[in-house]
Design a protein around this ligand. Structure first.
Ligand code: FAD
Length: 434
């Protein structure tokens, strides 16, 4: 899972002063750190656990344009370019490669119509996404026993990268460009003066700075709450597993009916189900029910509601603290939820039936991961209205690994001022009154 590459961290003492503090060492935080460091900014990145230890190290690794909200497509096109551009991350060992991604029809009721509508909504972006027939699916992925009768949605230029190493190699490149990286360093809160952030207070001391990027993933809402900001994001839980390598498996990534896969660089596979997220009912679910009403109604058939330990875990967690107190960020260095075993078992069974080449799979590891979701499932990237030197780069809503390089770039550009790679308005905090 996270970090099969070592990060070159030569810093042991926090700087007293820096230009920008980045909170969070996931794909978004490390990408922002790289851009800022390369542009000559003094950057300090604080990660409460380890680089890539949460969502970024636990995801499937898909870098897709397929089925994205059209408002997100330009940022995803920028990200796809950054993953591959040798002047950005293309020379790093992120494992990025073009494999193509296929979404079978028949995964859910009405999905073929949904695919066709999506294709017409993205016509202006020049994507290579298109519908293919069942016999074309068979040519692409031979050996299937139960191919989708209505064919599939296919994007040949979609790709993947390796979650276990992408963040750490980008982080190392950021450190090489001068960024100071601190793991096991939770940011507890902000000291402000006349509305502006003056200092970031960490468990290891305070850092004076001009700007702060909040790239805290599933923890950003809690952090923002401490600062009096009601950031609307809920956490859901995804599960995945990794198989041992085996020969002659397909290279292409597939979302089928209750199974999905991606081939890893080592020849093993990530296997799971695309539409089997667990939605734990927690106190925040009630606080945010109004904001999430449309998404809840629309997504109920995909969400698996659960009431149990997560509710009481969150209930007991502090929501406010003094800056000299231990915070929830230190008490839970790495969120490591138990995977949904039934979801994974069903995925493995369905996969073996649909593509017998997977009969030979041996499961090496299963895990769960929290996923932060905003009410419109678009990320929140922009400057806070109430704390002008605080830039949000969070809420990537379950598809932020592929989008992370672009998200980090945009956040860095907003810190620097001047032009941005894409129109940032779809991601603006103002849409949530922030
Ligand atoms: C099972 C699963 C499958 C997924 N599949 C895909 C996929 O195939 N493709 C895709 O594009 N996306 C996928 N995603 C979503 C993707 O992983 C996330 O959207 C993306 O990684 C978010 O990156 P991030 O940097 O915003 O957050 P994270 O990677 O979660 O990083 C945030 C970091 O901030 C740190 N932090 C938080 N608060 C503090 C604090 N106060 N002080 C210091 N550090 C702090 C955390 O410890 C964490 O390491 C998947 C997610 C899961 C869980």
């Amino acid at each position: 899972m996270p970090n099969d590459k070592n990060i070159n961290m030569t810093n042991t003492t926090l700087p007293k002063q820096t230009d920008v503090v980045i909170i969070g060492g996931g794909i978004v935080g490390v990408s922002a750190a790289w851009h800022l460091a390369v542009a000559g900014y003094r950057v300090t990145l604080c990660e409460k656990g380890i680089i890539g230890g949460e969502q970024t190290g636990r995801n499937w690794g898909w870098c897709r344009k397929t089925l994205r909200d059209p408002m997100e497509i330009p940022l995803m096109q920028q990200s796809a370019q950054d993953w591959q551009d040798k002047k950005v991350f293309g020379n790093l060992e992120t494992g990025y490669r073009t494999t193509g991604i296929v979404y079978f029809s028949g995964r859910q009721r009405g999905d073929t119509e949904h695919y066709v509508n999506w294709l017409s909504s993205i016509r202006d972006f020049g994507l290579d996404s298109h519908m293919i027939t069942a016999s074309e699916v068979d040519q692409l992925i031979p050996g299937g026993t139960n191919l989708p009768r209505d064919g599939a949605l296919f994007t040949p230029s979609d790709g993947c990268a390796e979650p276990s190493r992408a963040a750490s190699v980008i982080c190392t490149a950021a450190a090489d460009a001068g960024a100071k990286i601190f793991e096991n360093t939770a940011v507890r809160g902000l000291e402000r003066h006349a509305g502006q952030v003056r200092e970031v207070v960490t468990e290891k001391g305070a850092i004076r700075c001009d700007a702060v990027v909040l790239a805290g993933g599933a923890w950003s809402r809690l952090f923002a709450g401490q600062e009096g900001i009601n950031l609307p994001a809920l956490n859901v839980m995804g599960s995945a597993m990794r198989t041992l390598p085996f020969p002659n498996g397909p290279n292409i990534s597939v979302a089928g009916r209750r199974f999905g896969w991606r081939k890893r660089a080592d020849g093993g596979y990530i296997v799971s189900q695309a539409d089997a997220t667990i939605f734990d009912i927690v106190p925040d679910s009630f606080r945010l029910v109004w904001a999430f009403r449309p998404q809840l109604l629309q997504g109920l058939r995909q969400l698996r509601l659960r009431f149990g330990a997560a509710f009481f875990h969150e209930l007991k967690r502090a929501r406010k603290w003094a800056l000299d107190e231990t915070t929830p960020f230190e008490l839970e260095r790495i969120a490591n939820p138990a995977p949904a075993q039934a979801v994974l078992e069903e995925a493995a069974e369905r996969l073996k039936k649909a593509f017998p080449v997977f009969d030979q799979i041996q499961i090496a590891h299963r895990w769960g991961g929290l996923i932060d979701v905003t009410p419109d499932a678009l990320p929140l990237i922009g400057t806070s209205a109430s704390v002008p030197s605080l830039i949000f780069a969070t809420g990537f809503s379950g598809h932020g690994f592929g989008l992370g390089p672009g998200g980090g770039r945009l956040a860095a550009e907003l810190v620097m001022g001047g032009s941005t790679c894409v129109d940032p308005s779809p991601f603006a905090p103002a849409r949530f009154g922030l």
